[in-house]
Ligand binder design. Structure first.
Ligand SMILES: Cc1cc2nc3c(=O)[nH]c(=O)nc-3n(C[C@H](O)[C@H](O)[C@H](O)COP(=O)(O)O)c2cc1C
Length: 326
């Protein structure tokens, strides 16, 4: 059983990967997609997107990180993948699911699900060009407009030479609208010979149990649920290891919020990044925790990191006192 932290462009960058893998439960994570057009990225660019490359492809907590590529020019993707490998990358994933209009307009992401033969060509070209010891994996949605090509696309990824496949159980047109079609994960898993990782709408431990039962998949990828409930992977791991499942209290979460802010500041102290990322995260967490909503309101109008920091620290102290009183 493997728990994988989903690639999420603009949401799960190296700082969020660092934080969530420190909290625990994850076996692997995947970088945000690195878009490949007609150029070849420099070492600096690879390290900007995937700083883990300089740390043996591991997050601070030691969890392996895969580099994800997005594009449709198979030859140039292979050249770029080889460059990433030259700089230290040791596992490559290919994105066949991104729904963003700009990306799709340039023939990248989910639009490729209309052309399984092109998917096959891309995977095959990369597999033939990469050293045999470098694992190559794929990630797809169920289709673009409908699911008629889902099995063909999965077969294209497997036959092209990928060693594993992650499926987000929705089409591009379905966006992020519930429900995710977990029954399709089973159909795909039964149709291909490579391992399939189940993905889509796992927000709670019960969702995890359900997606495993419906799909029959051994591995599960957590996306938004892991950001909204930062100890979700840890809960799942405790469950899988027959330990008592303990949910984090908000004092612990407030500590992670402060750590996250510090990590953001360490990355980029002099711009809007730390405050923006904090608000983005609180905005997602408030769907699960009312306390995150309160904290969000306290920092909503603040723009400077120096003004935000004391609010976060006071909030953590307050949450710790509440735990002591309980
Ligand atoms: C903000 C955001 C950014 C995403 N970026 C990527 C990406 O870079 N690569 C990718 O393969 N999937 C990306 N995805 C899709 C997720 O990896 C995942 O498949 C999807 O969110 C469904 O899983 P979930 O319901 O657990 O969130 C993104 C999703 C979101 C919400």
């Amino acid at each position: 059983m493997q728990l994988i932290l989903a690639p999420m462009q603009g949401l799960v960058d190296d700082v969020m990967r660092d934080l969530l893998t420190r909290i625990g439960g994850f076996d692997e994570c995947v970088s945000e997609f690195v878009r490949i057009t007609h150029t070849v990225h420099s070492r600096q660019t690879w390290l900007k997107y995937v700083p883990e490359i300089a740390n043996g492809n591991r997050t601070f907590a030691g969890i392996p990180c895969t580099v994800q590529l997005l594009g449709s020019d198979a030859d140039n993707m292979a050249v770029n993948a080889l460059e990433a490998i030259r700089f230290g990358a040791d596992k490559i994933d290919l994105n066949f699911g991104c729904p963003a209009p700009t990306v799709n307009k340039h023939k990248g992401g989910a639009v490729l699900l209309k052309e399984p033969e092109l998917i096959y060509h891309i995977v095959r070209t990369l597999r033939q060009n990469l050293p045999a010891e470098i694992p190559l994996t794929g990630k797809m949605r169920l289709g673009y407009e409908d699911k008629t090509l889902a099995l063909e696309c999965a077969a294209a990824i497997a036959d092209g030479g990928a060693c594993a496949l992650t499926v987000h159980a929705r089409t591009k047109v379905e966006g992020y609208e519930p429900p995710a079609h977990w029954e399709w994960l089973r159909r795909i898993r039964e149709a291909v010979t490579i391992p399939v990782t189940a993905n889509g709408d796992v927000f709670t431990l019960q969702d995890y149990i359900d997606i495993k039962n419906v799909s029959g998949c051994e591995s599960v990828m957590l996306g938004r649920g892991a950001v909204m409930r930062p100890d979700l992977a840890r809960q799942i791991k405790q469950f899988e290891q027959n330990q008592a499942v303990s949910e984090a209290n908000f004092a612990e979460i407030a500590g992670w919020i402060n750590l996250f802010f510090d990590l953001c500041l360490a990355k980029e102290a002099n711009n809007k990044y730390p405050v923006a990322r904090l608000k983005q995260w609180l905005g997602m967490m408030k769907k699960v925790y009312p306390q995150a909503g309160e904290l969000f309101e306290s920092v909503r109008t603040l723009k400077e990191a120096d003004d935000v920091r004391p609010v976060l620290q006071a909030f953590e102290r307050q949450q710790q006192e509440l735990v002591c009183l309980a």
